[in-house]
Design a protein around this ligand. Structure first.
Ligand code: HEC
Length: 104
């Protein structure tokens, strides 16, 4: 199951690069920024309501592969709703790629 998912994510990454499709930054601004902040650092208000929310910094990414990120975004976690129905697989891959470029 896990290796199947990894394979899917790799195929996805390849097809995304080929298609130059989804705009990760635009998707982040539209769907994620209100909770995760413009630079990947949640506001104090959001942190108060969601103590488990983390800043998207090097320590955060050290614990997660791209496949983990895409899985987390797709399935949701705690107070974060799943994005499986809202975003296409290439869009989730693009937004996962984008959050790695943030400088919180
Ligand atoms: C309603 C607020 C909200 C929105 C909107 C939201 N998130 Fe989250 N997100 C959270 C919270 C809260 C957590 C921590 C969940 C927990 O650990 O219980 C989280 C966790 C995460 C994680 C970590 C999952 C893990 O592996 O632990 C990632 C990655 C993430 N969000 C990415 C995104 C992306 C990308 C978007 C936009 C497509 C998004 N989030 C939209 C609130 C939100």
């Amino acid at each position: 199951m896990r290796s199947f998912f990894l394979l899917g994510a790799l195929t996805l990454a390849a097809s995304t690069a080929a298609a130059q499709g989804a705009d990760g930054k635009a998707l982040y601004e539209q769907h994620c920024r209100k909770c995760h902040g413009a630079t990947g650092k949640p506001s104090d208000g959001i942190k108060k309501m969601n103590p488990k929310i983390e800043t998207f910094d090097a320590a955060f990414f050290a614990k997660r592969t791209d496949a983990d990120l895409i899985k987390g975004i797709g399935e949701g976690k705690g107070k974060m709703k799943p994005f499986n129905e809202k975003l296409k697989p290439d869009e989730m891959a693009a937004v996962a790629k984008y959050i790695r470029t943030l400088k919180p």
